[in-house]
Design a protein around this ligand. Structure first.
Ligand code: CP
Ligand code: NVA
Length: 313
């Protein structure tokens, strides 16, 4: 796998082999870190971390992943820089590209992260947009591999807002990596048809299955149930509407029992709103794996930076 110089904007741009390679590298870096071994592949590299939206895991993962590999991360919050106030994305990109070796962006528009990549000339990593959250999928898939030893053939059911960044990115990743993937959501929250049909194409190549349904019996046989907040960042005003639409799709003990399996795991990208998309009892029962998943953000994000920007020292 050679990803040197590449940006990481959406999983659409990566082959199954490349995604698998990033997971292998993340597992290797994780094993090393557990032994107290860090690296220096980002020595001398300066990394900009642009955040238009708040973050706990993603910010911490980029910071620690970068420092562990000998690089310097610089946090640029939305009120700290001119981007979006006084200066265009194109100009900000050209300035940052002259000073930084890599740029992480979290914010609203996918177009912004794509423009940053186009105009900065350095690797740009998508730390979440309204449309996609690709680094999260790497952490989710590393966790699934740790739990089941494989990805292909696993039945993964995403329950909730089936058209948000998580649903979109899980669908792309699952279709590429050969999972049996289900989006379980009310019809008005189904993913866009264009993306579904693109993913059906990936699924044909990988042997993945892809189902979009509003029928709760689709959880039967699930190896993993995944949910996310009902209102993503920036959609807070939709709370009442979403509660009405999504309450029947809450991940609770009854829904987990409908899988018919004893060993189904529960995943959540976090932050979680307990009592809404998942009940406290289900969350706590599966907390060990959910926090492995959170930890894996760091190992996988480190792998993305090392693969796209790192130098063998
Ligand atoms: N899962 C995730 O991206 O968390 P943060 O919003 O805390 O970064
Ligand atoms: N869908 C959520 C994911 C948070 C990691 C959001 O965009 O707020």
């Amino acid at each position: 796998m050679n990803l040197k110089g590449r940006s990481f904007l959406t999983l659409k741009d990566f082959t199954p082999e490349e995604i698998g390679g990033l997971l292998d590298l993340a597992a290797e870096l994780k094993a090393k870190k557990k032994k107290g071994i860090t690296g220096n592949s980002l020595k001398g590299k300066n990394i900009a971390l642009i955040f238009e939206k708040p973050s706990t895991r993603t910010r911490s993962s980029f910071t620690i992943g970068c420092v562990d590999e000998g690089g310097h991360p610089e946090y640029l919050g939305k009120d700290d820089i001119q981007l979006g106030h006084k200066e265009s994305v194109e100009d900000t990109a050209r300035v940052l590209g002259r000073m930084f070796d890599g740029i992480e962006f979290r914010g609203f528009s996918q177009e912004t992260v794509e423009k940053l990549a186009k105009y900065s000339g350095v690797p740009v990593w998508n730390g979440l947009t309204d449309e996609y959250h690709p680094t999260q999928i790497l952490a989710d898939f590393l966790t699934l591999r740790e739990q089941f030893g494989t990805l292909a053939g696993l039945k993964l059911v995403f329950v909730g807002d089936g058209r948000n960044n998580m649903a979109n990115s899980l669908m792309i990743g699952s279709a590429k990596m050969g999972l049996d993937f289900v989006i379980l959501a009310p019809k008005s929250l189904w993913p866009g048809e264009e993306l579904v049909s693109l993913c059906r194409g990936y699924a044909q190549e990988s042997g993945a299955k892809l189902t979009v349904t509003d029928d709760i019996s689709a959880v039967e046989g699930a190896d993993a149930i995944y949910t996310d907040v009902w209102c993503s960042m920036g959609e807070e005003e939709k709370a009442a509407e979403r509660i009405a639409l999504l309450s029947p799709y809450q991940v609770n003990a009854e829904l987990m029992a409908k899988t018919g399996k004893e060993n189904t795991i529960f995943l959540h990208c976090l932050p979680a709103v307990k009592g809404k998309e998942v009940t406290e009892d289900v969350f706590e029962k599966h907390a060990d794996v959910v926090f492995d998943e959170a930890e894996n953000r760091m190992h996988t994000i480190k792998a993305v930076m090392v693969a796209t920007l790192g130098e063998v020292q």
